[in-house]
Design a protein around this ligand. Sequence first.
Ligand code: FE
Ligand code: CA
Length: 521
Amino acid sequence: MKRRDFNQHLQRSALALALMPWWQAVAQPADRPRVWRTNPFALGVASGRPRADAVVLWTRLLIGDEDRAEAGADALRVQVEVFADAALKQRVHKAELVTDATRGHSVHVHVQHLQPSTDYWYRFKQSEALSTVGHTRTAPAINADVRLLRMALTSCQHYEQGQYVAHQDIAQQPLDFVLFMGDYIYESTNSQYALRKHNGGEPKTLAQYRERYAQYKSDPMLQAAHAAHAWVMMWDDHEVVNDYANDQDRSYTDPQKFLLRRAAAYQAYFEHQPVLIGPDAKSPHRASMRLYDQLTWGNLADVWTLDCRQYRSPQACRDPVRGGGRMVTQCDELSDPKRSMLGMEQERWVSERLRASKRTWKVLAQATLIAPTSIPAPVGRATYTDAWDGYPQARQRLLQTVVDAQLKNVVTLGGDVHMNVAANLRVVPNDLQSPIVASEFVTTSITSRGMGDNVLSVIKANNPDLLHARADERGYSLITVTPESLRCDFRTTAFPAGSEAGFKTQASFVVNKDQAGPQAV
Ligand code: FE
Ligand code: CA
């Protein structure tokens, strides 16, 4: 197709591309076709943020050493095609975009005017190079009568600590989407548990974070899970650095300096994920990025994805030398009502949305563990300060919202702690007189090592709200939602996850409609 015809085709096409403003400022690249010596689509494809009429399609051109001299600095044209069938016979949309080195040659396409509850296939093209074909699926119409929602709850995929066999299993499941709740990359290394090695040291600059993502994204099993399903994305700490909180890191770096690192990490995150919105150009150092979101699944469920890192108060009673989370006893700061896990603005946003929700299931997906895990200490109890136990006033406000608004069918989903958890959530944790107001499922890690059994058995023995807690196996959780129930199947394999790992169901729990608290199946 000639260029003029192509533009006319674009104008006639029903496809509206809502492009980032920065796309429009890009200079026009040369028209000449390229011969690629290395595959520019070596990082795969992805789709995300499913809506009834829209989805975000992603790829990033990886320009290999042999192509860098010719293509590295250029703006490049990329075509995207969307099909209604797996055989790629019925093309429903086609568009062309331009990307360049300032965004790591990443490509984000917001495809709109799609049909609800519909499967689509897509691929990208640059000159003669073709990407693999991805599959995605739109959300149901906003109030459609929906009988089924299936998602894979995932988090924590330390590249060094195992193979991504969980993603291979996920790729084969019939799912509406994958819910990824954080620790997509790890900045840190623990050579004791390394089955394979990170390239380079701890990333701090944009170039280093890009390289880290490129290594993770080169994994064929991770690519398969992205190509198979839409992903709904949230981050946790390791996308920047372990245990960071808002503008503070563990080493008490000057916040203005730390925000430069956070900006680099957020930019690299955006460049590698199928998300709609990148770093806010108006924020200092472009170090802010709105990732929290709400996804509505017909009349069946509202799913909120909550950001537990960007806006939180620093961990309570930090060690003056090595900050971040730790076990504390007798820490008055814990009861300070001004401290927040979500930041006051996000807290208000989610409680308003919760109260307004008309859907049967209200699913709060967030990064970490809400249920208590504190243990007896010589004086009082020892509490780990990085999860919600370290933000007890914020936890109470969230659960009190559920009580005050008389909300039923509130289920929280999380990750971060590298163990499978099913728990009762009460306004006063572990107080059997305090009614169960919500149900919690936390997934184990894809690969990252879990805590030892000795510690965990002490935690379990002292926290009756924990119905199930196992840190020994790796995997993900299948969440199946129907009008009658929300079911969680913990899908696991042994640690470390090897290349031939078989998957089994470690345990299953169900939350029945109008009856808070998971029940063992
Ligand atoms: Fe983790
Ligand atoms: Ca984490």
